[in-house]
Design a protein. Structure first.
Length: 84
């Protein structure tokens, strides 16, 4: 059986969520520079075995020390919505 490994990054900014780098099987990785105004980067990595279980992991990396700003933007724009 083959494995499928895909991932996406989304960046939270004062203007909302902005799409970042990603890799969708079977295509190669697409590198997108993160926005300068980003306050939080969330990366979702999905590993699946065809015909079997899948596993999704999300990593959150703050780009600022201002947790109040991150919390207020999350309250305003909600959580990230991934395509994978």
């Amino acid at each position: 059986m083959s494995n499928s490994e895909e991932w996406e990054e989304l960046h939270l900014t004062p203007a909302g969520w902005i799409a970042g780098s990603y890799r969708h099987t079977p295509w190669p990785e697409v590198d997108v520079a993160p926005p300068e105004s980003g306050v939080l980067t969330v990366r979702r990595h999905v590993t699946a075995i065809y015909g079997g279980p899948s596993r999704a992991v999300e990593d959150r990396t703050p780009q600022t020390q201002d947790m109040g700003l991150i919390e207020s933007l999350l309250a305003r724009y909600g959580g990230p919505e991934f395509g994978i």
